[in-house]
Design a binder for this molecule. Structure first.
Ligand code: MG
Length: 159
């Protein structure tokens, strides 16, 4: 078995969609996450957890932000590519777990859709994809609503 962890943070800015777990969510102030791709911080943290479990580097190695191919990229498509690397090496996912740190909007109503979208892209059951949300109790960058971060772990097995 192998375990990997991943972390990511993106800035909240006006004029961008807020995409988390492949879902476009409404933000009360119309803010979204800034980034070269769709800035899906949850999916990025999961990708780094998967890569980390096999010591394959990080997402910047495979999808460098200066590469125009990844501009506006759907992060779920990038996640599929990371999963292909995992499968090519003979590993499968036991489970993934992530916690998104965001003051607003309330993420709880959207969590089942995020889990389903991620699980479907990876060929997993929804109960293999833990997605949780917490506020940062108004502390730090996430608490000041300057950004949204995510921490994730991935457990892999090889028969
Ligand atoms: Mg990122």
């Amino acid at each position: 078995m192998r375990i990997g962890n991943g972390y990511d943070i993106h800035r909240l800015v006006p004029g961008r969609p807020l995409i988390l777990g492949g879902q476009c969510l409404p933000h009360p102030d119309g803010l979204g996450l800034d980034g070269h791709s769709d800035a899906d911080v949850l999916v990025h943290a999961l990708m780094d957890a998967l890569l980390g479990a096999l010591a394959l580097g990080d997402i910047g190695k495979y999808f460098p932000p200066e590469d125009p191919r990844w501009k506006g990229a759907d992060s779920l498509v990038l996640l599929e590519q990371v999963m292909a690397l995992v499968r090519q090496r003979g590993w499968s996912v036991v489970n993934l777990d992530a916690v998104v740190v965001a003051e607003r909007p309330k993420l709880k109503p959207h969590i089942p859709a995020m889990q389903a979208a991620i699980a479907q892209r990876l060929g997993l059951e929804a109960d293999q994809v833990g997605v949780k949300a917490t506020t940062n109790e108004r502390l730090g960058a996430e608490g000041r609503e300057e950004g949204i971060s995510c921490h994730a772990v991935a457990l892999l097995q090889r028969p």
